[in-house]
Design a protein around this ligand. Structure first.
Ligand SMILES: *Cc1c(COP(=O)(O)O)cnc(C)c1O
Length: 530
């Protein structure tokens, strides 16, 4: 299986090159040369599979055995999911007769990004070790320097995915004092020598600007071989397709005949895009439901066919980041701060991949033409802050998706409602956006439809929204009812963090220079001692 860029189409990359490159040099995102179909007897053969077995079965359809053998893949997958706390990895929890939640938060940082980042870290390490094993003793080993900015979520999942990995250093910038205490503790209590937390005096946007500047600095980038861990990395999408299959089999055991409808709290469109791939591969499901918060660029697209940064705005929205160094949050105005912060985005970086498929199918299945169309659309978004797609493209998008926008008030109501139901469930605010959208959509569903809402975070991670929603529920006690043991211990643990006094790219460069040579020495020392 080869991969090509949504804006190029000529150059084809191996899976390894695709994963190590992240974003294509032309600004596009990598997609597979074709979407594989499922093997003939998959329904029978796969029905008793564990998450790990399904992962090997699905991933090997996208990775040539010459690149990673099935046995190697099995080892990587087993290692990646050994860090999860639940035997099902992503368990399906029944809420009502017609509603399930697919809990994706049983990984090390209690949010769904762990599912993909645990695997990505092991893939990076596997590729680098293999490349270095082929080198002679005189040649310099290849290393990867991962740099990212975070307001909390992606940073901690990336750190837990890359901690203690050979040949990789990771630098995560966060705005000092502006990250929730739990998320700050999650990041800074990881004391593995290759993990470097930079607390920057400034805002999240300052951190993001620094990361962008580092990626744009060709000399610095080449010297340190900067790597990105953001959600545009193909391996992240691929890893996430697996739980759609697991949910399908687990739901089928409990339901005789029912159409499944997946509802996905959406920001950068990575999680739901994985569902789209599963659907295209042949997993039976109805339309996918895109649930957005008040940052509703996607909900507006499905209403109007316009992909536009600010609702009815003046088109002055600044350009999207070219390198995608962090998860798509923009350094410009227009992003609303909501109770579901991991979905606060201005544009959805992975949406370009869906646009490619829409362009391809409306262009008579011509790859070159589809790439040219997508390139044109994305340039328009960059230049004008908006683009409008032809009606036939919108109609095609509506075949596979429905979109709903959920306000903060609805989010709080939904958390309350599910807590006060006969079988109380505490949903985190992102999951609540999904649960609320599911309800709105269910009003139009035939009775044969069962909904599976993807639950993207543990409620204790977003204590503010949860305590706000349940403030009047006298029997609710945050610490007693939902705070996991792991979080209690976390706040008391030793921390390691590097203070950066000003949001200045030169200061950050100096930190990276210093610690990267130290990290390299450690590697050399461990080699010498072997
Ligand atoms: C990242 C994230 C999302 C959004 O997922 P996308 O793949 O960006 O659409 C939703 N909820 C939580 C808790 C997240 O961390």
């Amino acid at each position: 299986m080869k991969y090509f860029s949504t804006r190029g189409g000529d150059q084809e990359l191996s899976f390894e090159e695709t994963v190590l490159t992240g974003l294509a040099p032309d600004g596009g995102l990598y997609i597979p040369e074709h979407i594989p179909t499922l093997p003939e007897n998959w329904q029978n053969d796969w029905q008793g599979y564990s998450f790990q077995e399904l992962s090997v079965a699905v991933l090997s359809l996208f990775i040539s055995p010459e690149e990673i053998t099935r046995d190697e893949l099995r080892t990587l997958v087993d290692k990646s999911y050994s860090t999860f706390r639940h035997p099902d990895i992503t368990p399906l929890h029944k809420l009502t007769e017609k509603t399930f939640v697919l809990e994706l938060f049983h990984g090390p940082t209690f949010a769904f990004k762990d599912v993909a980042l645990q695997l990505l870290g092991n893939l990076f390490e596997f590729f680098l070790l293999r490349r270095n094993a082929r080198k002679s003793a005189e040649e310099k080993p290849e290393r990867l320097t991962v740099v990212g900015a975070t307001s909390g979520d992606t940073g901690s999942a990336a750190i837990y995915g890359l901690r203690n990995k050979a040949n990789i250093s990771i630098y995560i910038l966060h705005p000092k004092g502006r990250v929730s205490p739990i998320q700050e503790a999650q990041m800074t209590t990881v004391t593995d020598p290759n993990v470097h937390n930079l607390a920057v005096k400034g805002t999240f946007d300052d951190c993001q600007d620094i990361v962008k500047a580092l990626f744009a600095d060709k000399t610095f980038n080449a010297k340190h071989r900067l790597g990105a861990i953001n959600s545009i990395n193909w391996a992240r999408i691929l890893a996430q397709t697996v739980y759609y299959f697991l949910a399908y089999f687990h739901a089928r055991r409990q339901l005789s005949s029912s159409e499944l409808q997946f509802v996905v709290p959406t920001g950068n469109f990575g999680d739901i895009l994985a569902g789209y791939y599963a659907k295209r591969m042949g997993l039976p499901m109805g339309q996918l439901v895109v649930a957005t918060n008040e940052n509703d660029i996607l909900a507006r697209f499905w209403r109007s066919g316009r992909y536009e940064k600010v609702d009815g705005g003046d088109g002055t929205g600044a350009a999207a980041p070219a390198n995608g160094a962090s998860d798509g949050k923009q350094a410009v105005g227009g992003v609303k701060e909501t109770l579901s912060p991991a979905m606060d985005i201005l544009v959805s970086s992975n949406f370009e991949r869906l646009l490619w498929y829409l362009a391809y199918e409306t262009a008579g299945a011509n790859r070159k033409e589809a790439c040219a169309t997508v390139k044109g659309w994305m340039h328009k978004v960059k230049a004008d802050g908006r683009v409008e797609v032809p009606m036939k493209v919108l109609e095609l998008a509506r075949k596979d998706f429905i979109a709903e926008r959920i306000s903060d008030a609805q989010t709080l109501d939904t958390i309350r409602d599910y807590y006060n139901s006969t079988t109380p469930y505490v949903a985190d605010p992102h999951t609540a956006v999904g649960l609320c959208a599911a309800r709105v959509v269910a009003a139009h569903n035939p009775s044969s439809v069962t909904q599976i809402v993807l639950s993207t975070a543990h409620p204790a991670k977003f204590s503010e929204a949860v305590t706000q929603a349940l403030s009047s529920a006298s029997q609710f006690d945050f610490d007693r009812d939902i705070l996991p043991e792991e979080f209690r211990g976390l706040l008391k643990k030793e921390r390691r963090v590097i203070d950066v006094e000003r949001p200045d790219v030169e200061l950050v460069k100096a930190v990276i220079e210093k610690y990267s040579s130290e990290d390299e020495c450690k590697v050399a020392a461990s080699r010498a001692s072997v």
